[in-house]
Design a protein around this ligand. Structure first.
Ligand SMILES: [Zn+2]
Length: 258
């Protein structure tokens, strides 16, 4: 593989008219992608895509912003057992858009336990309330508790990471990588966090269809744009693009067992 987008939503309606073309183009450019579920329906669709295409992988999970739209039932578990499923999630805590933290915590913990049971990685969405790192600190507390007993069975990635060095280091210590999006191509806010990151603990992602990187800002994003995220990481690390590519690909392969 030449690139891998560690987090995208190719199954979303945003790609209703040209999904097949994008997937073909990804294949042509040798770009792989992890297609992330956010609820039952999108998890099913992610698996369908991964079954059909060698270069796509699926995750199954319930996004913290959807926890009040249904329960995390055994149906998720059945889906998650599929061999195309490389992680549970996206799951986690979102204190930016959601107020009810109790239910979010419960549903997150259910998914942490499922990942341990199935020995699969976690794809975590953690978004703190404005001006704080609260959601990261709670996620770190929960993972720390489970790490004690379950060691290497507990692993994964914190996607769309916007925390600081302290949070990144704490997550790394727990065996979790962090991934950055196209946001790093149009703001300098995360330069230091990326520059200071351990090279074996960072991943590149698009979170497409959201947040298109430069030079595609304002457009619908797609996994094809992971190229721009990789390039920016290579710039910030001050290393050759090919070397950065190899490192980032190896990290994603390792953490998700691809
Ligand atoms: Zn996402």
């Amino acid at each position: 593989m030449k690139y891998i987008d560690a987090h995208c939503h190719l199954q979303f309606d945003a790609y209703e008219t040209d999904r097949d073309q994008i997937i073909e183009q990804m294949k042509y450019e040798d770009i792989h992608g992890i297609v992330v579920g956010v609820d039952l329906e999108s998890s099913k669709k992610a698996i369908e895509l991964a079954k059909k295409h060698e270069h796509l992988y699926a995750t199954v999970g319930m996004h913290p912003c959807y926890v009040d739209e249904g329960e995390f039932t055994d149906e998720y578990k059945t889906l998650a057992e599929d061999e195309n499923v490389v992680a549970i999630g996206e799951c986690g805590l979102d204190f930016f858009r959601q107020e009810d933290s109790k239910l979010q915590r419960e549903v997150f913990i259910q998914q942490v336990e499922l990942a341990i049971e199935l020995d699969k990685a976690l794809m975590i969405h953690s978004r703190p309330s404005k001006g704080t790192q609260d959601a990261y600190h709670e996620v770190i507390d929960i993972l720390t508790e489970y790490k004690k007993e379950h060691r290497d069975k507990l692993r994964g990635n914190i996607h769309f990471f916007v925390g600081g060095d302290k949070e990144r280091n704490a997550l790394n210590d727990l065996g979790f990588t962090v991934s950055v999006t196209g946001v790093i191509t149009f703001t300098d806010d995360y330069n230091d966090m990326v520059t200071g990151a351990k090279h074996d603990m960072l991943l590149g992602e698009t979170d497409s269809p959201y947040v298109a990187p430069k030079p595609h800002r304002g457009e619908r994003n797609s996994a094809l744009n992971v190229v721009h995220v990789y390039k920016k990481i290579a710039d910030l690390w001050g290393i050759d693009e090919n070397e950065a590519r190899e490192t980032l690909n190896n990290n994603t392969k390792r953490i998700f067992g691809l």
